[in-house]
Design a protein around this ligand. Structure first.
Ligand SMILES: [Zn+2]
Length: 362
């Protein structure tokens, strides 16, 4: 996920902090500082660290459950409204997906119960609506943080855990694809309602959350669709095979010429042996033309270390590599020569075609 900074690694999982999380931290820090000076600000920071810990433990609930089914988690991104654990893959069986989705909120339920024991009863609701107010006890606010994490994450909308629970339950009855459609539809309707409510009440945070839910629902639906579609397909079934490439001796002016003459925007740079040396994207090209001029070699402007996958590799595997690379990747034959390119655009086109076929069949 972009807009995030790496913090460290726990048990093979990278912990990343989304920059919007820092906004929340600043808000709570300032609110504390203005009320009670330095001691309150310090207290605020302790509270933030504990809150951060609750979100992290929630995510590790997912990680531990996924590991039981042999699924690893490359990274976790912490957002103000929770975290996102990026699983290597979604478990195949709906029951497994259900367990993994519920494992996160279950951790917050346990924390809330422990806090309840420590507090000796349910703390005042007032602490729930003013989490930034140090006047309410630390443990009381932490209790409400965990209750909020459970309730919010169980909303039946992608990308929340509740959306996954809903999808898994639906998948047991109507199949994975239809389940995804219904779950993401409900997610977007919920996001719309939430956004409207936020606008009417003048609550910018609510609008922000709604936007996050809306975008998440869309991204999740597309990712799941793509994953289902790619099942049983190979990289060579989805790759672009008609494309122009540039020789290693090419100059920026040659690339500019190709950009105009073709509909292509990314150009593979290939050596004499047919091996992929890098990819020159449109933005790389424009930047190089501006800074170095038309005579600059493409070798210096291109992206190096572009990953490649064998042409017979499972498309699912290729999608994973693409996600990691965050850009187009190459497809090579058994001799290591470039035979195709996979881009987000042509995968998007594949989705559109499949949707049209499904609509006609259904
Ligand atoms: Zn979760």
């Amino acid at each position: 996920m972009s807009w995030s900074i790496p913090l460290g690694r726990i048990a093979g999982t990278e912990i990343r902090l989304h920059l919007t999380f820092l906004l929340l931290l600043a808000w709570i820090g300032v609110a504390h500082g203005m009320q009670g000076g330095l001691p309150a600000a310090v207290q605020g920071i302790v509270f933030i660290c504990l809150l951060f810990g609750c979100v992290l433990l929630h995510e590790f609930g997912h990680v531990a459950a996924a590991r039981r089914y042999g699924v690893r988690t490359p990274d976790i991104t912490l957002l103000p409204i929770g975290g996102v654990a990026r699983l290597e893959r979604i478990p195949e069986k709906p029951t497994e997906e259900l367990v993994v989705a519920l494992a996160g909120p279950a951790v917050n339920v346990v924390i809330a119960l422990l806090l309840l024991l420590a507090l000796g009863g349910v703390p005042a609701m007032a602490a729930a609506t003013a989490l930034e107010d140090p006047a309410h006890g630390m443990l009381a606010r932490l209790f409400w943080v965990n209750v909020t994490l459970v309730v919010f994450n169980l909303l039946p909308a992608f990308p929340m855990d509740g959306g996954r629970v809903l999808r898994a339950l639906l998948a047991m009855r109507v199949g994975a694809r239809r389940a995804t459609e219904i779950a993401s539809g409900i997610g977007q309707a919920l996001a719309f309602g939430l956004g409207l409510l936020g606008l009417l009440n003048g609550a910018p945070l609510m609008v922000f959350v709604a936007l996050f839910v809306w975008l998440g629902a869309q991204a999740e639906a597309q990712a799941v669709q793509l994953r289902e579609l790619s099942r049983g397909m190979a990289a060579e079934d989805a790759m672009i095979t008609r494309f122009e490439s540039l020789p290693v001796t090419a100059r920026i002016a040659d690339a500019a010429e190709l950009l105009i003459r073709t509909a292509q925007t990314d150009f593979p740079v290939v050596d004499g042996g047919g091996r992929l040396r890098g990819i020159l994207t449109r933005s790389d090209l424009i930047r190089a033309l501006q800074q170095e001029g038309p005579d600059a070699p493409v070798l210096e402007a291109m992206r190096r270390e572009v990953p490649v996958v064998p042409h017979r590799a499972a498309l699912e595997e290729a999608l994973r590599v693409m996600q990691e690379a965050a850009g187009p990747i190459g497809v090579v034959d058994s001799g290591g020569r470039l035979v195709g390119v996979l881009t987000h655009e042509n995968l998007g086109e594949m989705l559109m075609l499949e949707a049209a076929r499904a609509a006609r069949a259904g």
